[in-house]
Design a protein around this ligand. Structure first.
Ligand code: HQG
Length: 182
């Protein structure tokens, strides 16, 4: 599988496992799982056919570890990043480092400092423990701006943090008082 194929296939998996499973007639469980056979069938039908071995390679070699198989190997899901309504994954509550980062762009700042960080179409706000990851996230939209949030103050205010299986920190929202430019 070359890099171009890998990116195209990974994006197609994001579409069907995170955002629009119904667009290809796929049903996801509440915890995000889909049958591997069904996913391979959909890929085939949409002209993106791949073997089970290629799917495993895609899952295992993904730098962000976006997708995972269950322990039987019969099911697959995205580890976070969903926007589809049918999925309501249970994430482990976890104790975050003192500071978490969020990468965004300048034009969103007035709204962010007014309303706080809100999830948009996804189910959670995505945060990271390191500056570089957050800068990369921001960079997808333009010149990145780094925000940092005070996790201790947020926890003292009763807010929870969750950690996905692939190491992404998640929150339901982040109120403006906990945010500042890094
Ligand atoms: C912004 C990728 C205005 C927020 C990445 C962001 C990440 C606001 C955008 C993952 C706002 C939402 C998630 C407010 C937040 N007003 N704008 N009040 N609150 N925003 O894509 O964090 O490759 O849903 O700053 O690497 O950019 O898909 O979130 O710019 O981990 O695996 O609204 O997606 O991972 O955009 O990215 P997104 P994100 P994958």
């Amino acid at each position: 599988m070359n890099e171009e194929q890998r990116v195209k296939r990974s994006k197609f998996l994001a579409l069907i496992l995170r955002h629009q499973p119904e667009s290809v007639g796929l049903t996801l469980e509440k915890e995000g799982w889909a049958s591997v056979d069904a996913v391979l069938g959909v890929c085939q039908k949409k002209g993106r056919g791949m073997s089970r071995a290629e799917l495993s390679e895609l899952v295992n070699l993904c730098p962000k570890q976006r997708y995972a198989f269950d322990e039987t190997g019969q099911k697959i899901r995205a580890s976070q990043g969903h926007s589809t309504e049918g999925v309501e994954m249970t994430f482990a509550k976890a104790e975050p480092p003192e500071v978490l980062y969020h990468g965004t762009i300048e034009q969103f700042l007035p709204s962010i400092f007014e309303k706080g960080l809100i999830p948009g179409s996804r189910h959670h706000v995505h945060l990271s423990a390191d500056r570089e990851t957050a800068l990369n996230v921001g960079q997808r939209r333009g010149k990145p701006v780094l925000l940092q949030l005070d996790t201790g103050a947020m926890r003292a205010a009763g807010e929870d943090f969750y950690l996905s299986d692939n190491g992404v920190w998640l929150a339901e929202r982040v109120a403006p008082e906990f945010l500042r430019r890094a």
